[in-house]
Write a protein that binds this ligand. Sequence first.
Ligand code: FEO
Length: 170
Amino acid sequence: MLDKKVVELLNLQVNKEFYSAYLYLDFSSFYKDKGLDGFANWYQVQAQEERDHAMLFYQYLHNNNIRPVLEAIDKPAVPMHTLRDPLVAALQHEEYVTGLINEIYGAAQEVKDFRTTQFLDWFVKEQGEEETNANDLITKMDLFGEDPKSLYMLDNELKARVYAAPSLVL
Ligand code: FEO
């Protein structure tokens, strides 16, 4: 039996990950509208990954005989005025999500729920990668964003990102 507080946080994370997917789909839509198909592709793939994260939490709860409660997903409301805005918001969002994962980890550790900490280990690593990726995109935009030719090349680079199923299987 999982601890009540741990279940609560795991359940909340299902919602947070679906929100992340929603947020990144909105970013994708913003860039698509600007004619930057590479950036749009990057965030579309990111949205797919976030749905996977949500489903991993969903599946983990079911694997522990708990039926997840699906709450309403917030409307993405990040103001986007410049091409840089979504990139900065993405980094802030990933830092926030890292905090959420750490909170669940801490709650699980407190009750010696090592099954859950082991499950979360994958997310701890994933968050590190996501923060690095988000940081790199800001750096690239700062380096190349002002020059249309360089921006075109950067956009082409981001077109190459393809979706891959998560390495964590439950
Ligand atoms: Fe599911 Fe971007 O963390």
